[in-house]
Design a protein around this ligand. Structure first.
Ligand code: G
Ligand code: G
Ligand code: MN
Ligand code: NA
Length: 254
């Protein structure tokens, strides 16, 4: 309860901010987009992980306003990047299941796009695989409506749930994100890469883009590239950074 109040105050006092982690084309090593990630730095300078405060935001309902703010902030940053010449750049935004189920979610999305002028075809929403497994009918309907806005959809933490092939086929999704745990395993045992391989193959069969997350070293990047994984994200390439830092990082790179 204390943390809930602290979070509410923090949100009101602009202690929350959004950082962006670049996503890379493994063949060219060029940035193709970024994932927006929420951060909380308290007044005394401490960082609190979203793993801790997102559940509280969900439980308290604060996630609705907070999530909308993240969406609008990320869309605004996308527009700023485009103005700086970084066109063809995608912005991925995490969406909580509480947001997703909210009756005005679509309205908030449409408004964020319209008010900021963000082109929907360069905006992607990330939903988790566990979310994708609950209430299939609601999900299928929502995904259809989101697709109509032009925004695309990725399944985050893919491989951690148990989505069946036939079910996945029914979902209007665009990308699978290989969970970090399976990227870490790639360089471990002989069978360590089997789940990553399966997801890459699945993506190929279903015509979905695949991105590996949590790529921390060159060997992992090499193996993923060899396995046919087109995209990656991780500390090897860049850590999540502020909007200003991202602008600089992209310009240096160009
Ligand atoms: O950025 P970091 O690795 O600390 O994030 C930890 C978790 O918090 C990740 O699972 C990430 O998806 C989640 N997260 C980060 N930012 C957001 C956000 O804006 N909305 C939601 N719903 N989850 C987020
Ligand atoms: O669940 P989700 O994919 O949204 O979580 C993304 C989180 O993973 C972010 O909080 C980000 O800080 C973290 N992350 C990104 N790249 C790496 C990495 O290479 N290694 C580790 N350990 N964490 C990473
Ligand atoms: Mn994510
Ligand atoms: Na993830």
């Amino acid at each position: 309860v204390r943390m809930m109040h602290a979070l509410r105050t923090a949100f009101g006092q602009n202690q929350l901010f959004v950082v962006y982690q670049p996503q890379i084309d493994l063949a060219t090593r060029r940035p193709v987009g970024a994932e927006a990630l929420l951060r909380w730095q308290t007044a005394d300078g401490k960082f609190i992980s979203p793993d801790r405060f997102i559940p509280i935001a969900e439980y308290s309902g604060l996630i609705i306003d907070m999530g909308e703010w993240v969406m609008r902030t990320a869309c605004r940053e996308l527009v700023a990047l485009r103005a700086a010449g970084h066109d063809n750049f995608m912005m991925s935004i995490n969406v909580s299941q509480v947001q997703f189920r909210h009756p005005y979610f679509l309205e908030m999305l449409r408004r964020a796009l319209a008010d900021t002028g963000a082109p929907p075809e360069f905006v992607e929403l990330e939903i988790t695989e566990s979310m994708a497994m609950e209430e299939p009918d609601l999900l299928i309907k929502m995904l259809g409506q989101i697709k109509q806005t032009g925004v695309s959809i990725a399944i985050d933490d893919f491989g951690t749930g148990f989505s069946s092939l036939s079910y996945l086929q029914r979902l209007q999704i665009d990308r699978l994100k290989i969970d970090r745990a399976f990227v870490t395993e790639i360089t471990g045992s002989a069978r360590g890469s089997s789940i990553a391989e399966m997801v890459i193959q699945l993506g190929r069969n279903l015509g979905l883009a695949v991105i590996a997350e949590g790529v921390e070293d060159e060997r992992q990047a090499q193996i993923l590239h060899t396995l046919g994984c087109p995209l990656a994200q991780g500390f090897l390439f860049a850590r999540p950074m502020t909007a200003d830092a991202l602008n600089g990082w992209l310009s240096n790179d160009a």
